[in-house]
Design a protein around this ligand. Structure first.
Ligand code: NAP
Length: 484
């Protein structure tokens, strides 16, 4: 299944060529399901990054001059190739960062959808004409690509976070270099192979693997790079804001989240529990839009908890490459320790385990597995109610009134995703207007699609990806006043 890339000979894709690190150094990617080495990957640095940036600069001259229709053809080739190699791409993700294989196939579809969407949307980069004050002037606004873009991406959606950026950049006429997370570089290398197969001109997209320090130093200090697009933690996002100040580089940030998931007394409890499972346990709880705080009205908390726990106990945990597995391992040891710390803290402060609550043993001992867990009697003093969990633990918090739960839900520095379940239409509108988050699912726990804007407010980020808004950050406005 692995033929798309050679696991024994992985290289970076720079300016249309496959290269090792100049230092010849590599590092190992570890399979979190087994603790075994998946492959060794080049440890690129500043020089390779500079080469990729120079190549992107050269390529920009011709790529930006193509018509939107011509660029769309390339994007649609990438779309088709991602579908063609779906199983291989899913297998890579599953091996390198532990996403359950069947879920990983879903990510390939989702990732590809951004190429389809931006191929179409690139044809609608409209300008404007403006009424003039003078009969001898004509005023217009055109939109042009910003130039060379650098994309820094996380491990939890190795393909989709890349295509959401690269699809928009390419459609807008920009060229790009991609630096994936160290935990998930093989997906990015495989993507480089698809770029090659699609016949995309050299330098339009390069993929650099290696440690973030030297690569990002080059990205932020090289004046050729006009825009950096980052998805990752809020902590690193803030650091990049300071790094971008020196050259005032355009920066868009998709950062962490702490999503409230509210179950009102008038909700369909069965649907709410199913939704909570999809939101909480997808990718083993390692998504920025995961339900992190499940608020349930006092009057239905017992019934809801029972339904939820029954469903959680049915989830199949195991080696992520098994297509029947629903919950895989945590990505790394730090992730596992963080989950354990949050659960211990909650228990010390009076929470109860309704199911799960410990590492998985037996034949999965070598992997980084934690049981799908539900905690009851959770209170706002517990770490889990304000620190991003990134693991398969669902804390249930009781509430008594709509006003109280809105205040608690908004009481976070994060503002990415939020969810609530109700059958009352007036409440749906009221609560939707009151919650301070960039994305909201009402009776829907998986709202993200390519054609809608994705992004957060407060410390969850700046800018939007996807939707027609997803092109904005890759375009400049140019005002032209024409005397006639
Ligand atoms: P991370 O540690 O912030 O890393 C993200 C990317 O930044 C990786 O490529 C990483 O490279 C790089 N990086 C790390 N330190 C850097 C530095 N000092 N300078 C420049 N680049 C640096 O985040 P992660 O653990 O991969 O991803 C999980 C986080 O991403 C969570 O907080 C999650 O909520 C957030 N996320 C947000 C969204 C969204 O759309 N809002 C989507 C997915 C994930 P190395 O791996 O080589 O260090």
């Amino acid at each position: 299944m692995r033929e798309i890339v050679d696991f024994d000979n992985l290289k970076m894709y720079i300016n249309g060529e496959w290269v090792t690190a100049q230092s010849e150094k590599t590092y190992s990617v570890i399979n979190p399901s087994t603790g075994k080495v998946v492959a060794n990957v080049p440890n690129g640095g500043r020089n390779e990054t500079k080469q990729a940036i120079d190549a992107a600069d050269q390529a920009f001259k011709s790529w930006s001059k193509l018509t939107a229709v011509e660029r769309a053809k390339y994007l649609m080739r990438l779309y088709a190739l991602m579908h063609q190699y779906k199983d291989q791409l899913a297998e890579i993700m599953s091996l390198e960062m532990g996403k359950p294989f069947t879920e990983a196939k879903g990510e390939v579809d989702f990732a590809a959808s951004y190429f389809e969407w931006f191929a179409e949307e690139g044809r609608r980069i409209y300008g404007e004409t403006i009424p003039s004050n003078s009969p001898n002037k004509r005023l217009m606004v055109i939109r042009q690509p910003v130039g060379v873009v650098a994309a820094i991406t996380p491990w939890n959606f190795p393909l989709a976070m890349m295509t959401r950026k690269v699809g928009a950049a390419l459609a807008a006429g920009c060229t790009a270099i991609v630096k994936p997370a160290s935990q998930s570089p093989i997906s990015a290398i495989a993507f480089g192979r698809l770029v090659e197969l699609a016949g995309i001109p050299n330098g339009v997209i390069s993929v650099i693997t290696g440690s973030s320090g030297p690569i990002s130093d080059e990205i932020f200090e090289n004046p050729i790079v006009k825009k950096v697009t980052f998805t990752g933690s809020t902590e690193v996002g803030k650091l990049l804001v300071t790094k971008s100040a020196h050259q005032l580089k355009k920066l868009s940030l998709e950062l962490g989240g702490h999503a409230p998931f509210i179950v009102f007394e008038d909700a369909d409890l069965e649907a709410a529990a199913t939704g909570a499972i999809a939101s909480k346990y997808r990718n083993t709880g390692q998504t920025c839009v995961c339900a992190n705080r499940i608020y349930v009205h006092q009057s239905v908390i017992e019934e809801f908890s029972e339904i939820l726990v029954k469903k959680v106990k049915e989830l199949k945990v195991g080696n992520s490459i098994d297509p029947t597995v629903q919950v895989g391992p945590l990505v790394n040891r730090e992730g596992l320790l963080k989950v354990e710390e949050q659960v211990k803290d909650a228990l010390d402060k009076g929470a109860r385990i309704l199911c799960g609550g410990k590492r998985v043993g037996g034949e999965l001992t070598e992997g980084l597995f934690y049981e799908p867990t539900v905690l009851g009697d959770v209170t706002p003093t517990m770490l889990i109610t304000y620190q991003e969990t990134f693991g398969p633990v669902a804390p249930i918090i009781p509430f008594e009134s709509e006003e109280e739960v809105i205040q608690q839900a908004n009481g976070t520095e994060y503002g990415l995703a939020s969810y609530f379940y109700t059958q009352n239409i007036s409440r749906a509108v009221r609560v939707a207007e009151a919650l301070e988050f960039g994305i909201m699912g009402i009776n829907d726990s998986i709202p993200t699609v390519a054609q809608a804007p994705f992004g957060g407010i407060k410390e969850s980020g700046q800018g939007r990806e996807g939707g027609h808004q997803g092109l904005d950050d890759y375009l400049e406005y140019k005002f032209i006043s024409l005397g006639i």
